[in-house]
Write a new protein. Structure first.
Lengths: 279, 525, 270
């Protein structure tokens, strides 16, 4: 079968140029200052020092993490119910529900997010309905609420799908075995179903937290010009102020934070399952 | 069963259907304390459904389940005093062995030290003392099986339900687990209800076997009862191999089969009642032809380790003999066109004449043309013949585009068939012509002969086809010479399977002997 | 108790559907609004559609999006399939390494991939425009194609290609007549994912494009700064295109299956 191995060579060359070189460039820019020649680099950690000594940047980072965390928690809580509901449906209906949940994700994200601008306006449909029950117009558009809503809206289908998949993979005889051993419905869920669906929840978190931390178009569209997250800072460094070195440093910081949080989640997942079992 | 034993479980007229298909047709069954009961039947007979109804995972459409005097028909599974060992064990993959076994006790909120004591005692019982901290995935199939049993037994249930628990194990492990399960049951002294489709498993382990088919109970009894006194043909067939014959009960203790009268020990049938007669293979002895109650020819002998499995045919099946006309290949040579050509005579039925096609003629006459230098086939461009739907010989001429031609005869005759009223079978075959080299080159001659002679057999009643098991001929296929040969096709006749330690030679005539008490007469279904 | 639970979850599911579909329906309704308002529907009109079709940049963006998506899908599906088959026969070390690097664009935040490419293009002195956009799309599509084919290859009998060659097939024949048909479902779903990834992409396209080459996402992003209901018209158009596309891709297997069944029935009758 050795003759087939050669078929990977073109792609190896391609990923070296299109994936690895850009990654090295980010690293290189992050640890150098502006105005490098091809041969002489000025290595420095100034970019990182600048970020961590400026309270404005730290505040933005904190806000990004908070928004991403709230979004993730909301997606888990609100996504678990539909996932569970769909997993309990009969096979034919299951596929229809999956189609209903995933269909919106096939439509351009910008397009769907744009629609919320109209819905959330002070004289928009939500405030009109609230007005009928006597609750005066609530400021929604261009607030953190709108940003979180936009993120939950965009990312929750992925969470539902991940949890649903892990739930439907579960052998029904496990539930029967638990019932047989004396577990009621609540105990069944808490001791068997939920722990066994955790892998789905974890991969759901990866699919929600990661884009939520780095998103910059949702805050721009629904948070207004004043509302800034890490993504927006990186964007402005590259496309307005032109400080690529600083921008690279910030993206590196962001990537590292994401990697750490993913690592922690996976760790928690393992110990969580162990503890629940022996509890 | 001892009369002192108490009825523990009663199924009362249980009916269950899925999607309009009735799976259980009114099951009535009593199960006593400390019994090892096996529900035995092929897949789809409803045995697992019955077990799941008892476990509480299904509700019956009709009927009641009584447990220890209480109606538990509508009780959820977690309130029932019985535990299940599931088909694929259903061990919780996120817990270790200890936590799996302790699961039920923890739910009952028993004190920690008591749980530990009970779990450890259970792990000792199943010989997995030191495996408590192991993950489920690290255990072998047999070990997982034992954990599943321990997990159920630790709750001290009144009854243990086992749903084909040995199905996933290999043959050797199965045997070990059968012994171990029986040992555990004796030790804990509770009722085991075991579901399986494996008759051997049922015979070795059970106190009581319930044979099921199509949602109905066929027979309830001890393993020996069921083996020696099967209630009907189905049970006899399902439990061990059997020789089953059609017979007629003349009077009490007198039965007729194979046109002979035999003494037996059965009675209580009406006069001249049609019955099924069973003789177990190990109850028949092979003796000298004159000493036996039946006489037959040894058809095959298989060595099975301890014994020989011998098949003796006492009466031929339906048979038919045809003539095979072997000729030398004598092709026509057309020197100017550089072509050679050949064709056989062939036989056909008056019935075939109506739908005669060129392709049929070329096929059956084996007409072909070729270039002798390159050996490449040349297509036949025309087939000329005149034929009537009457017996007779009709010439047919094949031509190629280059003008090479060859003539063969089509011999029309009446259909050649034989009917055997006793078996209710019809067999059919035609005479045929073949070239010597084709017979020599055949790699599966029996099959080829069947195809060449168009040999087929049918059941007269159902019209379904019957296998032709024997092809007999007296020529040596390697060195066949031109001439006429006979080929006989046969279906399966009356055959007896005999398990003995004596070896018989294939083809010899032997006698079969059996005692009156070895003949078991059953009512027809 | 069971019933109460069912009522609760049914209401929840209904609310979830409303939540997911409200913006889509909202967009469609307001694309037919005669006024410029995004909140009050005045009367039915097609003026925003008219405006959209007369707007050259909008039409251009739609064309670019479709052309890029089709090209990126074709190229990444072919390259991805070839690579995946090669990988399945490669040594474990090579396979793991390539798979790791292959996962980078999926695991990394898009913005990181985007700025990496941006800096790479500028370091290599490639002018940003159609070509850079297409290359970027191919780059982030291939990993998804490989990822959806690999599981199919893993379940394939490893002796399949050998068996084909044992029976006289050349390596090329073994590949196209035996392996590729077996992994076809993976290839198709990979191509489908590639198409939608490319069609919907915003972040990477936003950073690597230039020279006036825009796709729909970039257009919506830049135009959303001012109220412009022709975005709604454009959005409705996209919704229609995607719905038709999804219906077709979902219907084709159904129709094919029905045809197979008919053929089978005919064959059985014979």
């Amino acid at each position: 079968m050795k003759q087939f191995r050669k078929m990977t060579y073109p792609y190896v060359a391609w990923i070296s140029v299109m994936i690895i070189v850009p990654m090295i460039l980010i690293l290189l820019y992050a640890i150098t200052t502006e105005g490098n020649g091809v041969v002489n680099f000025n290595f420095t950690i100034d970019n990182f020092v600048r970020f961590f000594s400026d309270s404005i940047f730290l505040e933005v980072l904190g806000r990004s993490l908070r928004v991403a965390l709230i979004t993730t928690v909301l997606c888990i809580v609100l996504g678990y119910i539909p996932a569970y509901y769909i997993a309990k449906c009969s096979d034919g209906i299951k596929m229809k529900w999956v189609l209903i949940i995933t269909f919106p994700t096939w439509i351009n994200m910008l397009v769907r997010t744009y629609a919320w601008i109209g819905i959330l306006q002070n004289d928009g449909i939500i405030n009109t309905i609230l007005g009928w029950v006597g609750i005066g117009p609530v400021d929604m558009i261009y607030t953190e609420f709108a940003v979180i809503l936009g993120m939950v809206y965009n990312f929750i289908p992925f969470m539902i799908l991940q949890i649903y998949t892990s739930l439907s993979k579960m052998d029904n005889s496990l539930i029967e075995a638990a019932q047989d051993l004396g577990a009621n419905r609540f105990q069944c869920f808490w001791r068997i179903t939920f722990p066994l669906s955790l892998p789905g929840v974890i991969s759901g978190i990866t699919l929600v937290f990661l884009p939520a931390v780095s998103s910059f178009c949702i805050p721009k569209l629904l948070g207004g010009g004043q509302y800034v997250l890490v993504g927006n800072v990186i964007e402005s460094q590259f496309l307005t102020s032109g400080d690529w070195n600083f921008g690279s440093a910030i993206s590196l910081i962001m990537a590292i934070i994401i990697m750490i949080s993913m690592y922690i989640t996976k760790k928690v997942d393992k110990t969580e399952i162990g503890e629940r079992a022996s509890a | 069963m001892e009369t002192s034993a108490k009825k523990l479980i009663q199924f009362k007229n249980i009916v269950k259907s899925f999607d309009g298909q009735i799976v259980l047709k009114g099951i009535n069954l009593d199960i006593y304390e400390n019994e090892f009961v096996t529900l035995l039947g092929p897949s789809g007979c409803g045995k697992t459904t019955l077990l799941r109804i008892l476990g509480g995972f299904l509700e019956p459409d009709e009927g009641n389940v009584i447990f220890d005097g209480n109606d538990i028909t509508n009780l959820p599974p977690y309130k029932r005093d019985l535990n299940t060992v599931f088909q694929k064990y259903a061990l919780f993959p996120h817990m270790n062995v200890y936590d799996n076994v302790a699961f039920g006790l923890k739910l009952k909120k028993e004190p920690k030290d008591i749980i530990e004591q009970k779990v450890n005692r259970m792990l000792r019982l199943i010989n997995l003392e030191d495996f408590g901290k192991r993950g489920i995935q690290e255990m072998s199939g047999g070990q997982q099986q034992r954990v599943a049993i321990a997990r159920a037994l630790v709750n001290e249930p009144g009854v243990l339900l086992l749903d084909e628990p040995l199905g996933a194990l290999d043959a050797k492990l199965r045997k070990e687990m059968q012994r171990e399960l029986k040992k555990i049951q004796k030790e804990v002294g509770i009722t085991f209800i075991f579901v399986t489709h494996d008759q051997e498993e049922a015979l070795t382990m059970s106190d009581k076997i319930v044979v099921m088919k199509d949602g109905e109970i066929q027979q309830i009894g001890s393993p020996t009862d069921i083996y020696n006194e099967p209630a009907n043909r189905y049970v006899a067939n399902f439990i061990g191999a059997s020789n089953i014959m059609d017979g007629i009960m003349l009077e009490d203790r007198k039965v007729v089969f194979e046109d002979k009268q035999f003494e037996c020990v059965d009675f209580g049938f009406s006069k001249d009642e049609r019955v099924d007669v069973v003789i177990r293979p190990e109850d028949i002895d092979i003796v000298a032809p004159g000493d036996g109650k039946l006489k037959g020819t040894v058809k095959s002998v298989l060595f099975k380790g301890v014994h020989y499995e011998t098949v003796v045919e006492t009466k031929n099946g339906t048979s038919i003999t045809v003539k095979m006309n072997v000729s030398e290949d004598k092709p026509v040579i057309n020197g100017s066109a550089g072509e050679m050509m050949s064709a056989n005579d062939f036989y056909l039925d008056t019935e075939d004449v109506e739908n005669l096609t060129d392709a049929f003629i070329i096929d059956h006459s084996d007409a072909q043309a070729w270039d002798p230098k390159t050996d490449e086939r040349i297509s036949i461009s025309s087939v000329e013949y005149e034929i009537k739907k009457e017996k007779g010989t009709y010439p047919v001429t094949f031509k190629t585009a280059a003008g090479t031609m060859v003539t063969a005869n089509m011999i029309v005759q009446d259909p050649n068939r034989a009917v055997d009223e006793e078996y209710g079978e019809e067999i059919y075959a035609v005479n045929f012509f073949k070239k010597a080299d084709e017979i020599q080159e055949s790699i599966a001659l029996d099959t080829d002969l069947k195809i060449w002679a168009n040999a087929l057999a049918y059941d007269l009643e159902t019209g379904s086809s019957v296998e032709i098991t024997d092809v007999e001929y007296s020529f040596d296929p390697e060195n066949i010479k031109p001439g006429e040969y006979e080929v006989t096709f046969k279906t399966r006749g009356y055959e007896y399977r005999i398990d003995t330690t004596d070896k018989a030679e294939v083809g010899t005539t032997v006698g079969l002997n059996f005692a009156p008490e070895d003949i078991h007469v059953m009512k027809k279904q | 108790m069971k019933k109460e639970k069912r009522v609760f979850s049914s209401i929840f599911m209904a609310l979830m559907v409303v939540f997911l579909y409200a913006p889509i329906i909202y967009t469609i309704i307001f694309s037919f609004n005669s006024s410029k308002s995004l909140t009050h529907f005045e009367s039915f009109s097609l003026r925003w559609y008219e405006k959209m079709f007369n707007d050259a940049t909008m039409i251009q963006a739609v064309i670019y999006t479709i052309v890029i998506a089709i090209l990126a899908t074709i190229i990444s599906t072919i390259v991805g399939t070839i690579t995946a088959i090669g990988l399945s026969k490669s040594r474990k070390l090579v396979r793991n390494l390539v798979e790791q690097v292959n996962n980078l664009p999926i695991m990394n935040p898009e913005i990181v991939t985007a700025i990496g490419l941006l800096m790479f293009y500028s370091a290599a002195h490639i002018t940003k425009g159609f070509l850079t956009l297409l290359l970027a799309h191919i780059m982030f599509c291939i990993p998804y194609v490989i990822l959806s084919i690999m599981p199919k290859l893993r379940t394939l009998d490893p002796n399949l290609a050998d068996a084909a060659m044992d029976l006289g097939a050349t390596p090329w024949k073994a590949l196209t007549k035996v392996i590729v048909p077996q992994i076809m479902p993976g290839i198709v779903s990979g191509a489908l994912i590639a198409f939608t990834m490319s069609f919907d992409d915003f972040v990477i396209s936003y950073f690597v494009t230039g020279n006036g080459v825009n796709n729909i996402s970039i257009l919506v992003y830049t135009m959303s700064k001012r109220i412009n209901p022709s975005i709604n018209a454009l959005s409705t158009l996209i919704i229609v295109i995607i719905t038709v596309f999804l219906t077709i891709t979902n219907l084709i297997p159904v129709i094919a299956e029905r045809r197979m069944r008919k053929k089978l029935k005919k064959a059985q009758k014979k």
